[in-house]
Design a protein. Structure first.
Length: 319
């Protein structure tokens, strides 16, 4: 009896160790495979860094000091149109707004006497309801849906006009949701403390999000394809940058993958950066020139293709 018990014990232990070893091997293999797939075949190079560093920017200073700038450069072996509004948060109030029903970013900005604005986070295109966590003036206006959880790993808070970008997951979400009265979740997180973040991997349970096509920026595959993008970032000296990269225009601007976007954010000198809703929602506006970028919804490389959205981030001059 002792012999059989001993044999069974050592057999079980050996089997357990074998499966643990195989699990580690699978994890290592998955990591290697992901590192090969994520960049979508466009590795960032020294030439890309130089192209961004030496870009010729068209600039325009707004009434209270914010700077609007745009450029068209050849980077990641492709044409890219990049538009930026950079401002000092000491001179402005940064406000997250939720529309009662879908409306354009520019309309939300004008209604609130903003000087600049960028579209916000993800939403249900049929109902207009936000699909990521949003709390305004202490009231929860939306929760992150199951389908959005895979990419909603960051958030921006604006309490007391102190702009912060946070990691936002199942562990931190409840804490942050209670701590900040004004906070909007989005993602993926591009930069945190100066470190580029890896795009979320393919989840098993994301509902309808995995059933889209690779031409949509709203599905996991969309992270690794090039699309119009919008994001917001903070520099080490606490300047705020709102950025839109135009996309889906082969001759003018093809757009970027999430990996390329995080590289851009790093090269622009940001310390923290958060991806916002992209695709046709990507909109950057100011009250001097109107729409700065080329929204894709009308499929024309002009400034007329703005899409109705659920929420936005506004830059309002201090009184």
């Amino acid at each position: 009896m002792f012999f059989f018990e001993s044999f069974y014990y050592f057999y079980s232990l050996k089997t357990k160790l074998f499966y643990n070893e195989m699990k580690h091997i699978r994890l290592i293999f998955s990591a290697i495979l992901l590192s090969l797939v994520v960049p979508c075949g466009y590795a960032q190079t020294r030439q890309d860094s130089l192209a961004i560093a030496h870009a010729q920017w068209h600039t325009d200073t707004l009434q209270h000091g914010a700077v609007c700038m745009y450029t068209n450069i050849h980077v990641f072996d492709s044409p890219q149109q990049i538009s930026i509004i950079k401002y000092d948060p000491k001179k402005y109030k940064t406000q997250i707004v939720q529309a009662p029903q879908m409306t354009m970013t520019s309309h939300l900005a004008k209604e609130n006497q903003a000087e600049a604005a960028i579209n916000g986070s993800y939403f249900n295109v049929k109902t207009g309801a936000p699909t990521t966590f949003i709390r305004l003036d202490g009231i929860v206006r939306g929760e992150t849906t199951r389908a959005e959880a895979f990419r909603t790993d960051g958030a921006i808070s604006t309490d007391k006009n102190k702009i912060k970008i946070h990691a936002f997951d199942s562990i931190t979400s409840k804490k942050l949701g209670k701590k900040y009265k004004n906070i909007l979740a989005a993602g993926p997180l591009l930069l945190k403390n100066g470190v580029r973040q890896m795009a979320p991997t393919f989840p098993e349970n994301t509902g309808k999000a995995t059933k889209g096509n690779a031409h949509s920026s709203d599905v996991p595959q969309g992270f690794f394809k090039r699309h119009p993008r919008a994001f917001i970032g903070i520099t080490p000296d606490n300047q705020i940058m709102m950025v839109v990269v135009d996309g889906r225009f082969k001759k003018h601007s093809v757009g970027m993958s999430i990996d390329e976007l995080s590289y851009l954010a790093k090269q622009l000198g940001m310390h923290d950066a958060l991806n916002l809703d992209g695709g046709g929602s990507s909109t950057l506006w100011n009250n001097k020139t109107g729409i700065v970028n080329h929204p894709y919804d009308n499929k024309k490389f002009d400034h007329e293709g703005e899409r109705e959205v659920s929420n936005a981030i506004l830059v309002i001059p201090n009184k």
